[in-house]
Design a binder for this molecule. Structure first.
Ligand SMILES: Nc1ncnc2c1ncn2[C@@H]1O[C@H](COP(=O)(O)OP(=O)(O)OP(=O)(O)O)[C@@H](O)[C@H]1O
Ligand SMILES: [Mg+2]
Length: 247
């Protein structure tokens, strides 16, 4: 069910990308990766991002997370103009507002599941980091695996650990880049259910990159990228759905 009933026009959106450009230098010369991206996301909205390989989906997510600085345009997330923050400020901003889940899990191999989930809380100076990390792992059904190292966990268990780590700081924005890309269909379905349940429970805004149209269809709208631009922001389809539901 969509929590969002109105078109995204308000200034209180959680993500506001305004004419974002990103140009990087490669060995073969400069590449224009993002070429004027405009996108607004409302708090609590779930947005699926689709588009061909190389269209700029992961790069757009890195820009939203403050992990990549655009070469033009502005990026506002959770009311913060990321262009005004220095590297320390960006790191603090991420710890407070953003959770990220990657296709390749990105757990620290020398740390147990519990330690991996506790990392962001420890960075934030939480005194109860390990208690909260344990609760987070229990929420994803891994209470019996907390002292296992990533190498001792299955792919699905590693991704559940990564989900627990992403949600443990209660971020307002959760970014997920192909979170089921390395998992078999059944395990992927379990991860997707967990992801949506956790986001629903906490009212977390979700931006989910996927190649799977059925997964994108579970979101409130689908944004399509092509060649570094938004080819379709999904708003027309969402308005039509809302209208049809009201008739
Ligand atoms: N550091 C870099 N230097 C130069 N070009 C880059 C760099 N990172 C990404 N690119 C290029 O930018 C384009 C967009 O990459 P991006 O990873 O955002 O695509 P994507 O839509 O996520 O693709 P996929 O679906 O395959 O993950 C690609 O053509 C890629 O080769
Ligand atoms: Mg990608």
């Amino acid at each position: 069910m969509s929590k969002v009933q109105s078109p995204v026009t308000s200034s209180d959106c959680i993500v506001d990308l305004d004419d974002v450009h990103l140009r990087l230098d490669s060995g073969a010369g400069p590449v224009n990766i993002l070429r004027g991206v405009n996108l607004r996301v409302e708090p609590g909205e779930r947005v699926g991002v689709v588009g061909p390989s190389g269209s700029g989906k992961s790069t757009m997510m890195m820009v939203m997370a403050g992990l990549e600085r655009p070469s033009g345009g502005s990026v506002r997330v959770a009311g913060q103009d990321l262009g005004r923050l220095d590297e320390d400020g960006l790191a603090r901003f991420r710890r407070r507002h953003v959770g990220i889940v990657f296709q390749a899990f990105h757990l620290v191999p020398t740390m147990t599941a519990l330690e991996n989930v506790a990392i962001p809380l420890e960075f934030a100076g939480a005194a109860d980091a390990f208690d909260r990390a344990r609760a987070g792992l229990e929420q994803v059904g891994l209470g019996h695996r907390i002292h296992h190292y990533p190498g001792q966990l299955s792919g699905g268990e590693q991704q559940r650990t990564a989900l627990a780590r992403a949600f443990v700081t209660e971020p307002s924005l959760l970014l997920a880049d192909e979170p089921t890309g390395n998992l078999d269909i059944d395990t992927g379905a379990t991860i997707v259910k967990l992801l949506f349940d956790l986001a629903e429970r906490r009212g977390t805004t979700l931006v989910l990159i996927t190649h799977d149209p059925s997964l994108a269809a579970r979101c409130d709208r689908t944004v399509r990228l092509a060649d570094g631009r938004i080819a379709d922001d999904g708003l027309a389809a969402r308005r039509a759905r809302i209208q049809a539901a009201g008739e």
